[in-house]
Design a protein around this ligand. Structure first.
Ligand SMILES: [Zn+2]
Ligand SMILES: [Zn+2]
Length: 156
């Protein structure tokens, strides 16, 4: 929140070459299961927050864009490959995982469910371990150092 009570969200790619800031209230957060979103994110689905009436400012760098269809461009960091945007004629949406505060953007609707991968609905039943619990099997994790950009704006 800013002094005038307007919400502000920030985020960016994994390497930090691209950073963004959202001024104002975001639109709806969603996941899209369509095959194009699976491919674009290399994931089971695309988590996206619509910008809605808020203002998007690129505060460092800007995404490279791929025209994935006649109406849609998808933005990503040209340095590290992080998926960042879905840009359609009816507006722009940002990848929820790229936000510094993704937990504040819970999805409210699912799209593209005709392509939903069936196991998505049962992931929560799989055995689960924390990274710390994995050190015995993967000793390199014990002293691993992250090169990921931190979850806040930085000067450089
Ligand atoms: Zn990057
Ligand atoms: Zn989609």
């Amino acid at each position: 929140m800013t002094l005038d009570n307007k919400p502000v969200h920030t985020g960016g790619c994994q390497c930090g070459a691209v950073r963004f800031r959202i001024h104002g209230a975001l639109g709806r957060a969603s996941v899209c299961h369509c095959r194009m979103c699976q491919k674009a994110f290399g994931g089971f689905y695309a988590p996206l927050a619509s910008i809605g009436d808020a203002a998007l400012e690129w505060t460092r760098g800007e995404p490279r864009r791929f025209q994935s269809s006649s109406h849609v461009q998808r933005g990503f960091c040209a340095e590290c490959g992080t998926p960042l945007t879905y840009e359609a004629p009816d507006g722009v949406a940002l990848a929820i995982g790229a936000f510094d505060d993704p937990a504040s953007l819970p999805p409210l609707i699912q799209f593209g469910t005709e392509d939903k991968l069936s196991f998505v609905d049962t992931l929560h039943r799989l055995p689960a371990r924390t990274t710390g619990e994995d050190v015995a099997e993967n000793p390199f994790l014990a002293d691993i150092q992250s090169y990921q950009h931190p979850d806040h704006d930085t000067v450089r």
